[in-house]
Write a protein of this length. Structure first.
Length: 366
């Protein structure tokens, strides 16, 4: 059975790779447009909004501040989530730092033997969040220009993660009965070393993130060229889903930034935006898998919980907007194609590349 599954998986990979190669050869113009639009997306939105927050999150981990937070939040972690005290800081970072930060923190805890594989896999089911930098900065400030609605989306996402973490904690307590914890001492670094290490981590993260966004942007055009995305939209339309959901949902599955831009072009749809940010898209999921590659992950369980998280977050957004009685209207929004951030983003990425090269040469000669 395992051999058949492996042959099937390899066959799918082979067919997809061949078709993608043929697409690149026969449609060079579409490929160039995919790269161009992906780069614009990164320069206009991702780099200026996310890089400072990623650096801040890395600095918290490397400077040891997360240990202090872990002690302060240990009762919540222990009694609500059924996890060791050190995990609470990573849970907090996953909610304020954005998509790759939670996975990176979980990996660090696992490698230091502060959590076991069961706890790492469980944390991964609720530690994948968009963070305020993307929701408030990109969606609230740049796309829909409504920070109140963006704040509700952020609160809904956090509440959804806390609810899922609590349910999983109760189930783990019933099944396991005792929290695994380690007494390993954390190696402390001075502030200068913390800043250098944080620069290295955040530079790698932002470059990796932008690369995956560009690649998935090409994949979207490739799938659209095969009419796969349009067929998905037609199926949803045939099932009587609203037009904005039918058109945007295939893109929501693929990549979060472009899908939020697409949703915003239809107007202000808070619940749909909440679903998109909580789901994260396959682009974000691949970032998580690349970080957690040395840990065995049940991918099916991960996808199921991402979908459940997205549905719960969307529902909470709807409820909170009803409670707050916010009036926003479904006006069409023009998504900005150019931004004053572009030159600054280019300069920042160049600085990241120079910094990483300089660091690599320094390590080599030392």
């Amino acid at each position: 059975m395992i051999k058949v599954k492996k042959i099937f998986s390899n066959s799918i990979s082979f067919v997809f790779t061949v078709l993608f190669g043929i697409f690149l050869v026969l449609h060079p113009r579409e490929s160039i447009n995919g790269v161009t639009s992906g780069i614009k997306m990164c320069l206009n939105t991702l780099v200026p909004a996310l890089f400072p927050f990623i650096f801040f999150s890395c600095l918290m981990v490397n400077s040891g501040i997360f240990q202090i937070l872990g002690k302060l939040l240990s009762p919540v972690s222990k009694f609500l989530f059924f996890l060791p005290p050190s995990s609470s800081s990573v849970i907090l970072l996953s909610m304020i730092g954005g998509f790759p930060v939670g996975a990176r923190g979980i990996k660090d805890l696992f490698e230091r033997n502060e959590i076991n594989s069961e706890q790492a896999e469980r944390m991964l089911l609720f530690c994948v969040n968009a963070g305020p930098a993307f929701i408030l900065g990109v969606i609230g400030n740049s796309l829909i220009k409504n920070l109140k609605i963006a704040s509700i989306i952020l609160v809904s996402q956090i509440l959804s993660s806390v609810i899922i973490a609590s349910i999983l904690g109760i189930l783990a307590k019933v099944k396991i009965g005792r929290i695994y914890s380690s007494n390993n001492e954390v190696q402390k670094e001075n502030f200068t070393e913390s800043i250098i290490k944080s620069c290295e981590s955040s530079s790698i993260s932002i470059i990796q993130m932008c690369t995956l966004v560009i690649i998935f942007n090409i994949f979207s055009i490739f799938l659209d060229n095969l009419q796969i995305l349009s067929y998905c939209s037609r199926i949803l339309s045939y099932l009587k889903f609203p037009g904005e959901i039918s058109d945007c949902f295939p893109q929501i599955i693929m990549e979060v930034t472009k899908s939020c831009e697409m949703i915003s072009s239809y107007g202000v749809f808070p619940s749909l935006l909440s679903f998109a940010t909580s789901w994260g898209g396959l682009c974000v999921h691949f970032q998580v898998f690349s970080i957690m590659k040395n840990l065995k992950i049940n991918y099916l369980k991960f996808f199921v919980f991402r979908f459940f998280n997205a549905c719960l977050s969307s529902f909470l957004t709807y409820i909170l907007i009803k409670i707050q009685n916010i009036s926003f209207g479904f006006r069409k929004i023009e998504v900005p194609q150019t931004s004053t951030h572009v030159f600054g983003s280019v300069a920042l990425i160049m600085c990241c590349l120079i910094f990483l090269l300089d660091l690599k040469l320094k390590k080599k000669f030392n």
